[in-house]
Design a protein around this ligand. Structure first.
Ligand SMILES: Cc1cc2nc3c(=O)[nH]c(=O)nc-3n(C[C@H](O)[C@H](O)[C@H](O)COP(=O)(O)O)c2cc1C
Length: 179
């Protein structure tokens, strides 16, 4: 079955470590015959959630006029969602958290998805990524039928592009291919 794959790249570094892993995942999934798209979040205007309650309390659309409605449409329409973040102070980066908070108006429409997480960090210890992964799970546990299918650990990479030549590059490609 041809799947729609949405890859969300949140690092502010275009061509950085997590962004390269996103590209590998996209290439693998296209190779396997799926339709894949990467969103580079820094190219989008996504404001913070203001907690105004328009969506939750009054059941109305989010009143903010930015690119989030477009991103949400893509999330709702995808079969597979890949969320990639650099690890900043052992948490996800602010861009990714801002995106997650802004799903508030439609998170109940993001149903029946397979999720993959990509994390990159200078730290070489995969176990140290658990805190960041738990943050992603805090999001997916709020969704109906969200299935975590895999994690790519881009550890031991500090400098931009350092991930090249590490096993995570192959892993990302093969995970994309295995969908
Ligand atoms: C503000 C900031 C905070 C960081 N905090 C951590 C950290 O807590 N642990 C870690 O292992 N690496 C940390 N790093 C290193 C990045 O996670 C690492 O450079 C990663 O490869 C960046 O991914 P990217 O190239 O996709 O942006 C930090 C980097 C920055 C800029």
């Amino acid at each position: 079955m041809n799947k729609k794959v949405l890859v969300i790249s949140s690092s502010p570094r275009k061509g950085g470590n997590s962004d390269l892993l996103c590209d590998q995942f996209v290439n693998g999934s296209i190779e396997a015959g799926h339709t894949a798209e990467k969103i580079f979040l820094k190219d989008k205007k996504i404001n913070y959630c203001t907690g105004c309650g328009t969506c939750i309390d009054r059941g109305k659309k989010c009143s903010q006029k930015d690119d989030m409605a477009e991103v949400l449409n893509k999330m709702v329409g995808a079969d597979v969602i890949v969320m990639a973040t650099p690890v900043y102070f052992y948490t996800m980066c602010g861009q990714m958290k801002t995106l997650i908070d802004r799903t508030c108006s439609r998170y109940t429409d993001i149903t029946n998805k397979d999720f993959y997480f990509i994390v990159t960090a200078a730290d070489t210890n995969n176990n140290a990524m658990e805190r960041t992964l738990e943050e992603f799970r805090g999001f997916t546990c709020c969704l109906e039928d969200a299935n975590e299918k895999g994690v790519i650990y881009g550890t031991g990479a500090w400098v931009k592009g350092e991930i090249k030549g590490k096993p995570a590059m192959e892993e990302a490609y093969h995970l994309g291919m295995s969908l």
